[in-house]
Design a protein. Structure first.
Ligand code: NAP
Length: 274
């Protein structure tokens, strides 16, 4: 089924749910095929400039006869306990349930919906807001191939999609790509501070660091080369970049630091999901 024909019930249209809905509309979904269950009135205002989903305050206010192909859970993880059971009536309707909630395992949905419910659990990241996210996803055995393909198309509307096969991997996904944008923002902060230490004004250092990280990211995005090749391409032997990389690539350099940081995030993800 292509996006133009898909009927979508979006539960929670905040930051991430709103980004998804905008992505679907941009990828060809029809506004009158998207029902957003969202109590916050300001959520609808974010669509003032273009087509927007049908907003309702609760699932029983959906248009009569609206039968969703996919129900997307995009509320905060701590709200799932009270939100999810209201959708159990769709569990044997053929609809697929797609969750983007951090730390909420597939078994939670099987318990609150039905052991036979088709569930896709996914973990997007914030660049989804500009259509450049990356989402890791995993599904239970109840999801048919066409349901999986439709969920992939919904996630692909806001960026890349990577399927994993073991739910335990989601903690590592969370640590690498879910939390990853913050590491990159911190890199800009660190480069700015170092530029100031070398004599630049905070404004100049900030502008240079920000544009460098954004530009290098874009170059990586557009280039067929991998990151190591791009790095080597800009590193002349004995030059300035080589001098910096000797520090960054030392045994106690960025790789060691990043390994510790990502291990800490994965550990925290396991604790939160336990
Ligand atoms: N933001 C991210 O970077 C990110 C990344 C990966 C995954 N996620 C996941 O995405 C989910 C949403 O996060 P978010 O950052 O988008 O949160 P958010 O901006 O707070 O959006 C959640 C929305 O759901 C609404 N809501 C609350 N109760 C509801 C109900 N009973 N029915 C329908 N909607 C309801 C909230 O309205 P009120 O404000 O009125 O409560 C809010 O507008 C979370 O599970 C999170 O783990 C987020």
């Amino acid at each position: 089924m292509d996006l133009a024909a898909a009927r979508l019930l979006l539960v929670g249209c905040g930051k991430m749910g709103g980004a998804l809905a905008r992505g679907w509309l941009g990828a060809g979904a029809r506004a009158d095929n998207i029902v957003a269950v969202e109590p916050a009135r300001e959520a609808a205002a974010a669509f003032a400039d273009g087509p927007r989903p049908i907003f309702v305050g609760s699932p029983d206010k959906a248009p009569p006869g609206f039968g969703p192909d996919v129900i997307v859970f995009a509320v905060k993880p701590q709200a799932m306990d009270i939100v999810v059971p209201a959708y159990a009536r769709f569990a044997d309707s053929g609809a697929v349930f797609l969750s983007i909630a951090a730390g909420t395992p597939i078994r939670f949905f099987e318990t609150h919906l039905s052991p036979a419910a088709p569930i896709v659990r996914s973990m997007p990241n914030t660049p989804a807001a500009v259509g450049r996210g990356v989402t890791a996803a995993i599904c239970n055995a109840n999801v048919p191939p066409e349901g999986r393909a439709l969920c992939e198309a919904l996630l692909r509307a806001v960026g890349d999609v990577v399927w994993v096969t073991d739910e335990a991997e989601i903690d590592a996904v969370t640590a690498v790509s879910g939390s990853g944008p913050a590491y990159v923002f911190h890199l800009v902060e660190a480069m700015t501070a170092a530029g100031v230490a070398e004599g630049l004004s905070p404004e100049a250092a900030g502008a240079l660091a920000r544009a460098t990280v954004a530009g290098a990211g874009e170059l990586l995005h557009r280039s067929p080369e991998d990151a190591a090749t791009l790095r080597r391409n800009v590193t002349s032997p004995g030059g300035t970049t080589a001098a910096a990389l000797e520090v960054l690539m030392a045994q106690d350099g960025l790789s060691a630091l990043m390994e510790r940081a990502i291990a800490a995030a994965a550990r925290r993800s396991r604790e939160l999901g336990a």
